[in-house]
Ligand binder design. Structure first.
Ligand code: DQA
Length: 145
């Protein structure tokens, strides 16, 4: 089983940005956490991070036919990007959405996700653990198909 893990804008700044919201662990720390989960679950994982909407769309298109699942934290594009929603729908690869913080307890503009409509499930407010839950959810889904 092969999953693509996509992280959107400013997630490369983990450990520096708004530590009161996102914690003090770095982006590299997040990748190490996901690598451990994937090793345990016998899943191959590739990682992609970009601060650019079009680059994320290109990466989702590249994924077509190559991956069994996509875990995506679209970051700020969650709340603005019809293009990322359309890309996920276009490739129809099973996807789960993750947010480190609880977007529903933050500013109102973070309460709506354009991306959820193309995802099996959204995990939020669980920190790094949300990525584990998303990977397990996708694995179960793939095994039950
Ligand atoms: C985020 C939540 C978004 O609202 C925000 O723009 C991010 C990160 C999260 O992981 O909690 O950059 O997706």
């Amino acid at each position: 089983m092969k999953f693509l893990i996509i992280n959107g804008p400013n997630l490369n700044m983990l450990g520096i940005r708004e530590k009161n919201i996102y914690g003090s662990e770095t982006y590299e720390g997040l990748l190490d956490f996901i690598r451990e989960v994937c090793k345990k679950e016998d899943i191959q994982a590739d990682f992609f991070q970009s601060n650019h909407e079009g680059a994320i769309v290109d990466e989702i298109q590249r994924a077509y036919g190559l991956y069994d699942g996509i875990v995506i934290n679209p970051a700020a594009y969650t709340h603005t990007s019809v293009a990322i929603l359309d890309a996920l729908k276009a490739v129809s690869i099973p996807a789960c959405e993750v947010h480190l913080s609880n977007i529903y307890e933050r500013e109102e503009f973070r309460h709506h996700s354009f991306i959820s409509a193309a995802c099996l499930k959204t995990f939020y407010g669980m920190g790094f653990e949300g990525y584990r839950e998303a990977i397990l959810c996708l694995k179960d889904y793939c095994l039950s198909r």
